[in-house]
Design a protein around this ligand. Structure first.
Ligand code: PMP
Length: 450
């Protein structure tokens, strides 16, 4: 099974890919990746490129993180599985819990609820938010607010708060009671506002208007990404998230930070919330918690929420959420090793420094490539290039243009990701300046070919 054409044919016949049309696997066979080393990946044909996607924004420490690999191997020998449902636990989740409480202390988050990934973390946080209000006798608070262009996974509650039609339309009807606020997306917004700070104020005003319209007493929580990721890397103005926090406090609404991408250093801070100086009530994490080597996640919870559950005497605080793989000992062992390496290497600082270099390099590319309509990011290693066919009308770049950029960049040395008309860059946080240059050279080639 080494002939790559044969493998591509079998792939198209046997496998449906997430986030892809089944027919696409035949028309545009995916690259078959067989090896990872450092910040590079190698395909079945032997081509090695810098992974400017970082797996799926999760392989923060690259592909050769030996301590995490060793921890997984050792834990497989010691205890490959046991559940942490009521009645049992394991040594790994206990050690990890203490580490996470320490890691997120500055965010005010003290308890961990383990999951098997990002969509699970979102689902659990939304369920806990409703339950929190029910325990307190405010059972009418069942609705959720979120941002248009936000991405919160594909479970049904998460899809209901998702702010992108692509992940919703084919699956409707979704959960009732979810309402979307305009995103602080300066390049395109319904207010035609080009000043980020003014736009942040307009979005906050729209949020308050929606709260009043729905009735604060009906709203359980607001979920948001500190920097919108899959929606096209949209960092809000620095006053936006603090403004959301203030509205949540004013109206008794829980603030849930979806940090599945941003937690553990990607923004140049240890969490996206911390980056903006905000303490959320709950934080969804996953992805980089194990460097992508094992499916795992954790919802972090603050004392305000935890006290309500822990002091409940009515029985309503019993948690009716959990997964077979919640607190998987191998995942927890991977996370312990990963957190240690993440901190030892202080990857947040490299994310900030290399992110600034990459952002400056992309800005330079914009001078010579008319196709780049907008560049967003620069808060660490999350950057998007929004491709347009006409800068004046901002008409989105066509699918074949996006495919050409991606393919040529790949052939020139870097794997970049296409999401709609955005090129997304989210390399491992350990990239060097040389890797940044490789990514920029590949992008330059891709844009020239399109
Ligand atoms: N929330 C955010 C902000 C995400 O970016 C993602 C995944 N890209 C998810 C939730 C869902 O995570 P998963 O794919 O691990 O279920």
């Amino acid at each position: 099974m080494t002939d790559s054409n044969f493998l591509k044919e079998r792939n198209a016949k046997d496998i449906w890919h997430p986030m892809a049309h089944p027919a696409d696997s035949i028309a545009n066979p995916p690259e078959i990746i067989t090896k990872g080393e450092g910040v590079t990946i190698t395909d079945v044909d032997g081509r090695t490129v810098v992974d400017a996607v970082g797996g799926l924004w999760n392989v923060n420490l690259g592909y050769s993180c030996q301590p995490v690999k060793d921890a997984i191997a050792a834990q497989l020998q010691a205890l490959p599985y046991y559940s942490i449902f009521r009645g049992t636990t394991n040594d790994q989740v206990i050690e990890l819990g203490a580490m996470l409480a320490d890691f997120f202390k500055e965010d005010g988050l003290t308890r961990a609820f383990y999951t098997s990934g990002g969509s699970d973390s979102v689902e659990v946080s939304l369920r806990l938010a409703r339950q929190y209000h029910k325990i307190r006798g405010e059972g009418g608070r069942v609705k959720f607010l979120s941002l248009k262009k936000g991405y919160h996974g594909t479970h049904t509650l998460g899809a209901s708060v998702n702010g992108n039609a692509n992940f919703r339309t084919q699956y409707e009807p979704l959960m009732p009671g979810c309402y979307h606020i305009p995103a602080p997306y300066t390049y395109r917004n319904p207010f035609n506002e080009t000043d980020p700070e003014k736009l942040a104020q307009l979005c906050l005003a729209a949020m308050e208007d929606e709260i009043k319209f729905q009735g604060a007493e009906t709203i359980a929580g607001m979920i948001m990404e500190p920097v919108l990721g899959a929606g096209g890397v949209i960092p809000p103005h620095k006053r936006f998230m603090p403004g959301v926090r203030a509205l949540c406090d004013k109206y008794g609404i829980l603030l849930i930070a979806d940090e599945v991408i941003t937690a553990y250093g990607r923004t140049g801070s240890w969490s996206g919330s911390r980056h903006w100086g905000v303490k959320p009530d709950m934080m969804c994490t996953a992805k980089a918690i194990t460097n992508g080597y094992f499916p795992f996640g954790a919802v972090m919870i603050n004392d305000k929420v935890a006290d309500v559950f822990e002091n409940d005497k009515t029985g309503k605080g019993a948690i009716g959420s959990g997964y077979t793989y919640s607190g998987h000992p191998v995942g927890a062992a991977a996370a312990i090793a990963c957190l240690k390496e993440t901190q030892r290497l202080n990857v947040k600082d490299n994310a900030a420094a290399r992110g600034a270099e990459l952002f400056a390099g992309v800005q330079k590319l914009q001078e010579s490539h008319e196709l780049i309509g907008d560049i967003r990011g620069g808060e660490g290693l999350m950057i998007a290039l929004e491709i347009v066919s006409d800068r004046a009308t901002k008409a989105p770049g066509a699918k074949p243009t996006m495919a050409t950029i991606q393919k040529t960049a790949y052939e020139t040395g870097a794997m970049v990701r296409v999401s709609g008309n955005n090129i997304i860059l989210s390399p491992p946080l350990i990239v060097s300046s040389e890797d940044v240059n490789t990514i920029l050279t590949a992008l330059d080639a891709g844009l020239s070919a399109a």
